[in-house]
Design a protein around this ligand. Structure first.
Ligand code: ADP
Ligand code: ZN
Ligand code: ZN
Length: 742
């Protein structure tokens, strides 16, 4: 008798364990298969994690597996291991981590294999001729036999387009034993028609050099690389070649890109280079397409996967390479529970499966670069643009000076002139603004300084309800000052220009110029974004105004002028990563200009032209930025030197959330008093409302803990996790270094 060890697909800690089921006579089950099993009073889906011949339970207590859900293991062994690791580190039930490994709609059979009926002739030669001859006046049958006479298999739907009521005729032919009708699987394809394959370009010397360093790693299947190249240096081509090498060795590859970059353009490039062996996975696929792409990968028909964050879990066997393009992007961190970072998953998966990892970016995250310096990653550099196209010329415009000269408009004189010339020459321009969130910072128009928290050196945020400024990082609160704390001027005010303002201003100054505005309001529907990008590419507008979401990885050859309308909006986001984001954004923005034959010009407008993030971005000098930012992080005790942990309490009533957060604070306070060894690692511990006091109908309160990055701190985090898992009258969520502390 054989037994299966099964995880039932219920994401609850109470049932987070292996259950033993009997495998009935005649059923063959393998580890990794999905099954239906009796559970409680009903039936549930489950995952087979092991098959044994032993069972220590009394036979009457063991139930039978009802049926397998597929005839193959949906879960690869390595992905089961990965799920266990995620469950362990995020404290989620294993069932929940296993769900990451499958298209969501596979569970509960919300998506099915699509089939079509196909017809094949079973006779040929003389037999066929006599069959055709015997048709007499049955023209339909004769026509069908003639259509099928080449011996190929044809879908009935296709035949129906040529012959009216083909199905009846085919049924008739089947009865006579002349035709075989059968069901065949039909793959729903997200791609338009077949693409012409294009040849590989000749690599530049720098790309060649990078490949030579990659080759040994690709052959022996280990190594992690940071591919750092300026914008337009041809990083994509390097990893396309690395993928090609992998496929040549019979191994598979995964290329992760931020969702936003996963445009049809990107998919087309890969399809043109790799044809049907490339599969895509992103949120715009229909459930059927996603399922079919997943199965093409699972069966090994597709050996290369291009996808957003979750594609890191694609069921690629014999994995040789994982590429994380634009590795600095925040979108690699999932917001949903279980929270994971696709970069960390990529590294862990690659280690386990003996694959190479390439993290690629023009502006690597501080953490990644620091790890490279520590020796975790090998550095591959592409310091020049392809075909020695020059980097665009960047001007930094001091908006304080503009004000002194009496220009109170949105556009500085420089930007105005650049736009004028660009429009007159018939070229295109892009204008960027930071996404305008709920947060409003306050700055001084005379000296340019934003008002910052004394504890944290993070911009404070204006709260209109009580006319205060608050620090979203540590919770400090001060009344809105009347004078600038730096220079005493009274010319201080909340700052922020919307995309709409910029659009209006362009229409006012250049009434004949076509404008496209791209922000959360104009791209609410799924296809809006792509439609706008296509319209811009087709030159239906001369200027694209957008939030930073359009700064990433786009390649518009006709764009010669790029403007950052107000760099300060990013710089003053209430987050310790603000300089990093600003540098990344401005560098990416600048990288959009002058990518084809025309030279590009970039204008950065700011009240703080002397800020190191802006100066380094203008000079496209990553290392200069990195050095300054790294030492600021160390002296200011920011990550990666410290960790911020938050327990977030949400409830319909404010008191419920607040009481819970006070109780959590008390427990952590006890820990601090009872454990002097841990106390040293806690830099601060504070309870307050969350900066976003109400969100989606829930009131939110929080406990913030800043910890030194030290092994001891892990104990504190585990304790916080235990606290979060206890039963509270409200929702309690633990976040570690959250992307935003809203
Ligand atoms: P990055 O990702 O580094 O910003 P891209 O990969 O977008 O740069 O490359 C910039 C441009 O150079 C693209 O249009 C690409 O097709 C082109 N390119 C890259 N490598 C080569 C090469 N070896 N020969 C010719 N063109 C290339
Ligand atoms: Zn001032
Ligand atoms: Zn603060």
């Amino acid at each position: 008798m054989m037994y299966a060890q099964i995880i039932v697909d219920i994401a609850h800690s109470a049932v987070d364990q292996l259950y033993t089921y009997r495998i009935p006579e005649g059923m063959s089950l393998l580890s990794g298969m999905r099954v239906r099993v009796p559970f409680g009073s009903g039936k549930k889906e489950g995952y087979v994690l092991g098959v044994t011949s032993e069972c220590s339970l009394a036979p009457e207590r063991v139930k039978n597996v009802i049926a397998p859900l597929e005839d193959y293991p949906a879960l690869l062994p390595s992905l089961v291991e990965l799920a266990k690791e995620i469950a362990g580190s995020t404290h989620c039930p294993l069932a929940e981590a296993l769900r990451l490994m499958l298209p969501a709609e596979m569970r509960g059979a919300r998506v099915r294999v699509k089939t079509e009926t196909v017809a094949t002739l079973t006779v040929s030669g003389v037999e066929l001729e006599s069959a055709i001859a015997s048709c007499g006046r049955a023209h339909k049958r004769r026509l069908l036999l003639q259509l099928l006479s080449d011996g190929q298999t044809y879908p009935v739907s296709g035949l129906s387009e040529l012959v009216s009521d083909a199905r009846t005729g085919l049924n008739d032919l089947e009865r006579r034993g002349l035709v075989r009708l059968e069901e065949r699987e039909l793959l729903r394809s997200p791609y338009p028609d077949k693409l012409e394959q294009i040849p590989d370009p000749v690599l530049t010397a720098e790309q060649q050099q990078a490949m030579e360093e990659l080759m040994p790693a690709l052959s022996c299947g280990n190594g992690a690389f940071l591919l750092h190249g300026v914008t337009g240096s041809g990083k994509t081509e390097v990893f396309i070649r690395a993928v090609r090498e992998c496929l040549k060795q019979g191994k598979g590859a995964i290329v992760l890109v931020p969702e936003i970059v996963l445009t049809p353009q990107m998919v087309t490039w890969f399809r043109q280079r790799f044809g049907d062996t490339a599969a895509v996975m992103h949120s715009r696929l229909s459930a059927g397409e996603r399922y079919d792409e997943w199965r093409r990968i699972r069966r090994g028909d597709a050996r290369l996967v291009i996808g957003a964050r979750s594609a890191v879990f694609a069921p690629v066997e014999r994995l040789g390479l994982i590429v994380v393009d634009e590795e600095h992007e925040q979108s690699y961190q999932s917001e949903h529970f279980p929270q994971y970072d696709a970069r960390e998953i990529a590294l862990s998966r690659a280690r386990r499966e003996k694959a190479v990892v390439i993290l690629a970016s023009a502006t690597p995250s501080i953490l990644t670069f620091a790890r490279m310096e520590r020796g975790d990653y090998m550095l591959l550099e592409l310091p020049h643009r392809v075909n020695s196209r020059p980097l665009p010329e960047v001007s930094v415009v001091d908006m304080r000076e503009e004000l002194r000269l009496g220009n109170k408009g949105i556009f500085s004189q420089t930007l105005g002139e650049q736009l004028e010339n660009c429009f007159r020459a018939g070229h295109q321009a892009m204008l960027f603004l930071n996404r305008r969130g709920y947060a409003q910072f306050v700055n001084c128009r005379a000296c340019g300084q934003a008002i910052r928290c004394e504890n944290c050196d993070v911009s404070m945020t204006f709260h209109e309800s009580d006319n205060t400024l608050r620090c979203h990082w540590c919770g400090a609160r001060i009344p809105m000052p009347e004078h600038c704390p730096s220079c005493g001027s009274t010319y201080i005010r909340t700052c922020g220009i919307g995309t709409q303002r910029v659009e209006q201003e362009i229409r006012r100054i250049w009434p004949d110029v076509g404008v496209l505005r791209m922000d959360v309001d104009t791209t609410a529907r799924k296809d809006d974004l792509l439609n706008m990008l296509t319209a811009f590419r087709e030159h239906k507008a001369q200027v694209l105004v957008g939030t930073q979401m359009i700064a990433k990885g786009l390649d518009f050859p006709e764009v010669t002028v790029v403007g950052a309308v107000l760099a300060d909006t990013t710089l003053n986001v209430p987050d310790y990563r603000a300089p990093e984001r600003t540098f990344q954004l401005l560098t990416q923005v600048a990288g959009r200009a002058g990518r084809a034959q025309h030279a590009g010009h970039v204008v950065i407008q700011t009240y703080l032209p002397e800020h190191y993030a802006i100066r380094a971005a203008a000079a496209q000098d990553y290392r200069a930025f990195y050095r300054q930012e790294f030492s600021r992080r160390r002296s200011g005790l920011y990550p990666p030197f410290t960790m911020m942990a938050r327990l977030l309490c949400s409830a319909p009533e404010a008191e419920t959330a607040e009481e819970a957060s006070r109780e959590l604070l008390a427990r952590l306070d006890d820990l601090r008093s009872n454990r002097p060894d841990l106390k040293r690692r806690i830099l601060f511990l504070r309870q307050d409302d969350a900066p976003l006091k109400r969100l989606r109908g829930l009131c939110r309160a929080q406990v913030l803990v800043k910890l030194l990055e030290h092994p001891d701190s892990r104990e504190i985090i585990s304790y916080m996790q235990e606290l979060a898992e206890q039963s509270w009258p409200c929702e309690v969520l633990l976040e570690i270094n959250p992307a935003s502390l809203a």
